[in-house]
Design a protein around this ligand. Structure first.
Ligand code: NAD
Length: 356
């Protein structure tokens, strides 16, 4: 089982090191190879996604990814920015389905910004379409030169688009996921204003007819955002486009206590996948040894389950994470009074110890 390990920038290197440590003690025949990506790759090779990194990712069964980005690259031309690496990997690997579970661990209900009764037992799954929408439309507008000068036009636009087959395949993924859970799908759109999302709504409705055991409802994205903080437990599976999914899944992350707890999986039609925490490179805390590695460790568990067919090892990791939380160990982002504050490495060590 070959895994491409791409730590990236900022806290990416710190949190991926902990996930690798956890994977190494499982006693599985895992072959892991590390490569540069994002700003680190730009510094070394002049491109955020060098060919060698892309080839390694394409030839592996799965990719374990940290995070990319730093404010210092904001003035680079867009194709050279670290974030382009993740878009390139999604595009080349055909990773169209992004799974973002938001589970509120009983031990962390106090870390949520919502009242404990609203989030206790929360278990929702956001499925975000990942290779279409406005992020893959045609960008136009001003380019920021490296000297900070803004040449050219004073207008900018991006095009939003979806095709019927793109919507159909993500809708099937959502209905099939719901069949294994609470049998409810909420499709989030903005069909009242955007033609792209009228098509989205029509196609999801049509696909839904093939799944009579799953209840489907539709919600506008503004209302869905409101409902997510008002009564999040009303949701089971939420399916939506790339941009709305980006925003909604970060909001859902906070319901669980911290974005540092939220894993994600991005899969293609062959179940090859890229696994990463839902957060970014957190330049504000990078190098301080305080980042929460649990989202990345839980992403490694998703990798074992979805791409490497090792559900028992995945369950062992998830139980070990539950165990360290029950011991009261907390990185600063999930710390509350009466618990024990630990750093990134201590948290990883505790998971390894719980596994043993
Ligand atoms: P971010 O997710 O990096 O950080 C947001 C906040 O959450 C920060 O206060 C940060 O300290 C905190 N945080 C994030 N992960 C944490 C963790 N594991 N433990 C504790 N606290 C954590 O988002 P941002 O600050 O908007 O972006 C920073 C950089 O990351 C930007 O360059 C952005 O483009 C990039 N980014 C990359 C990805 C990716 O690699 N997939 C995703 C989002 C943002």
């Amino acid at each position: 089982m070959k895994i491409a390990v791409l730590p990236g920038d900022g806290i990416g290197t710190e949190i991926v090191a902990e996930a690798v440590k956890v994977l190494n003690v499982l006693g599985l025949p895992l072959e892991m190879e590390t490569a540069l990506v994002g700003g680190a790759a730009f510094e070394a090779h002049g491109h955020p996604l060098p060919d060698a990194t892309l080839q390694l990712a394409m030839q592996s069964d799965a990719v374990l990814f940290g995070a990319v980005g730093d404010w210092k690259y904001d003035k680079l031309d867009r194709p050279l920015r670290p974030e382009q690496a993740i878009l390139g990997l999604r595009k080349h690997m055909g990773l169209f389905a992004n799974f973002r579970p938001a589970i509120c661990y009983a031990q962390l209900t106090d870390a949520s910004s919502l009242k404990p009764e609203l989030v206790a037992g929360l278990d929702i799954l956001i499925i975000r379409e990942l290779t279409g929408d406005i992020y893959f439309g045609q960008p136009r507008g001003r380019r920021i030169a490296t000297d900070g000068h803004f040449p050219g036009s004073e207008e900018a636009f991006d095009t939003m688009r979806y095709s019927r087959p793109e919507i159909e395949r993500i809708a099937h993924v959502a209905f099939q996921a719901a069949q294994k859970r609470g049998k409810r799908v909420t499709s989030v759109d903005k069909a009242n204003v955007l033609e792209t999302f009228q098509l989205w709504k029509d196609v999801v409705t049509e696909v839904g007819l093939q799944y009579p055991d799953v209840a489907l409802d539709h919600m506008y994205v503004d209302n869905a955002t409101m409902q997510l903080v008002k009564a999040p437990k009303k949701f089971d599976v939420v399916v939506t486009g790339n941009m709305f999914g980006d925003i909604l899944s970060d909001a859902a992350a906070m319901l669980t206590g911290s974005i540092g707890m939220l894993p994600s999986a991005s899969l293609n039609a062959k179940n090859q996948g890229l696994y990463e925490p839902s957060h970014g490179s957190a330049p504000d805390i990078a190098g301080k040894g305080v980042a929460n590695p649990l989202a990345t460790i839980l992403s490694a568990a998703m990798m074992l389950r979805f791409s490497l067919n090792q559900p028992e090892a995945a369950a062992r990791i998830e139980a070990a994470v539950d165990n360290v939380l029950s011991q009261g160990l907390r990185t600063p982002d999930i710390y509350s009074e009466g618990t024990t504050k630990v750093g990134t490495r201590e948290m990883g060590d505790a998971v390894v110890k719980a596994l043993a």
